[in-house]
Design a protein around this ligand. Structure first.
Ligand code: ZN
Length: 500
């Protein structure tokens, strides 16, 4: 193998190890660490970020990339080593723009802010977070200023999560979706409403976690290579191809919060487990974009986990574990878990209104970064949008702009577009898989999800970040990203559920 390629791989493997070590510290902070550890944890993570950044932007790394790039350019697209060189060049080209001191400052700030948020949110204390949020906006702007030739300040942030997407293209996609989604939401909310009171009860948290573990295992989550813990905001983290962890939270009165969070995070984890093991420790060993990642979680959560075939298998098990459900039929339960109910919390939102939450956040982030909205006015702007878009009055900050870890645990801006892209793509992928595997849902009825998982493994997971999101979508579904399969899915599903 070319000596420059060997050396480049060695350097970037070190960088990857530093980043993964930081992920362990982050996992510990969100699951185990006492609040008192916040300041030192911030400093430790900032140190790792600094070392990782300096390895990537160093002259030595730049020189190795320059030496090897002519070779990489002559290779076919599927050559993994060439893909590695292209990705290294892309990452370095991004990071050379950002001073190491800014990266460290951001890491330290977000770590402190996360702990402050976990304390302030239950107390509805926006005042305590306001100065920290002002600093987050400042840091995002400073970060964005490092990049030249951006049409919008948020474009600089988006390119890290969803390469190839811009504020302009996301807004175009959102407006196309909105024009079809809003009339459907109106038709559904004007129809006879579904009674979902069967979901309310008293469900022991430990029993919820045990049931969720059973579901996770059956979907293909490997507990020998992962674990499930509790955190304020559910997430998945990859520490290696053989250590992919998920978290959830459990609410005693409603087990669906825990259950669908787990199925969602399992979807993310199956993606990471399925990445070709030869890429482990490599910069390509990870999901290619937040949109593609989210397509995996939403596919399992909604297309599988809210469907009849899934519950044909799991409903008797649920009833056995929670006798509360013995008095409700399976069809009653399925209608309840698919009820459209415009609410305050994005992660609890039904499939129809979910994207409206995303679009509100996306627009508010754009305004904060453009400087057309100040942090002081954020709660009012937030509440006004919930009134106009979802028709609801937000009762307090913890169900409003303080609701989740976004904005309080990482860079402000550049993440939300991925949620809606993921929803759109989940339908496109499920549609394609179903076309190729017409009997796959018959297997779900007997608790066998392996055919769908294998199809996703072959077409999405194994490639990691070696193929660009656009190309991956085209290769796996034979078309560009399109809202049509998604709108057809939503329209058919809710027309049937609500007798439209
Ligand atoms: Zn997710």
């Amino acid at each position: 193998m070319n000596q420059a390629l060997v050396l480049l791989k060695e350097r970037l493997a070190m960088m990857t190890d530093l980043n993964l070590t930081s992920s362990i510290l982050n996992w510990d902070q969100t699951t185990m660490m006492p609040d008192g550890g916040s300041d030192s944890r911030g400093r430790q993570m900032a140190t790792l970020a600094k070392l990782s950044h300096s390895l990537l932007v160093s002259e030595e790394t730049g020189e190795l990339i320059r030496q090897i790039t002519p070779w990489a350019q002559t290779q076919p697209q599927e050559n993994m080593d060439a893909a590695f060189v292209h990705e290294a060049a892309r990452l370095r080209n991004l990071e050379v723009n950002v001073p190491s001191s800014l990266n460290s400052e951001m890491t330290e700030h977000y770590s402190r802010m996360y702990t402050a948020w976990t304390i302030a949110r239950p107390n509805d204390d926006f005042a305590a977070l306001k100065p920290l949020l002002v600093k987050s906006v400042e840091l995002s702007k400073k970060f964005s200023d490092c990049f030249k030739n951006m049409d919008h300040p948020m474009d600089a942030l988006i390119q890290y999560a969803d390469f190839g997407v811009t504020v302009k293209s996301a807004k175009q996609l959102f407006s196309e979706l909105r024009s079809q989604l809003v009339p459907l939401v109106k038709r559904v909310t004007s129809a006879n409403q579904i009674d979902s009171s069967c979901l309310q009860g008293d469900f022991d948290e430990t029993a919820q976690l045990e049931f969720c573990k059973t579901v996770a295992r059956q979907l293909g989550y490997d507990f020998n290579r992962g674990r499930l813990d509790l955190s304020a905001h559910p997430f998945m983290t990859r520490l290696s191809g053989n250590d992919v962890r998920i978290t959830t939270r459990a609410i005693r009165t409603d087990l669906t919060d825990c259950l669908f969070s787990v199925i969602h995070e399992v979807g993310h984890a199956l993606y990471e487990f399925g990445i070709n093991p030869v890429l482990d420790g490599n910069i390509l060993a990870g999901g290619v974009s937040s949109g593609v990642h989210e397509s995996q979680s939403r596919l399992w959560e909604n297309h599988v986990g809210r469907g009849k075939p899934f519950w044909d298998y799991f409903y008797p098990i649920l009833q056995k574990n929670f006798p509360h459900f013995e008095k409700f039929s399976q069809s009653h339960f399925i209608r309840a878990i698919n009820k459209v109910d415009p609410g305050f919390i994005r992660v609890d939102a039904d499939e129809l209104t979910y994207n409206l939450h995303v679009m509100i956040r996306f627009d508010l982030e754009c305004q904060l970064l453009e400087g057309t909205l100040s942090v002081r006015d954020l709660p009012d702007a937030w509440n006004a949008r919930y009134k106009s878009d979802l028709g609801i009055s937000v009762p307090n900050m913890k169900n409003g702009c303080l609701q989740d870890v976004h904005w309080f645990g990482g860079r402000l801006g550049g993440a939300f577009q991925g949620y809606t892209i993921g929803n759109i793509l989940s339908a496109q992928l499920y549609d394609t898989a179903h076309h190729i595997l017409p009997n796959m849902e018959q297997d779900f009825v007997i608790g066998d999800f392996s055919k769908l998982k294998a199809w996703l493994n072959t077409n999405i997971h194994q490639w990691g970040a070696s193929i660009s999101p656009d190309r991956l979508i085209k290769l796996s579904t034979h078309q560009d990203l399109s809202i049509h399969p998604y709108m057809t899915y939503l329209s058919e599903k809710y027309s049937s559920l609500y007798n439209l």
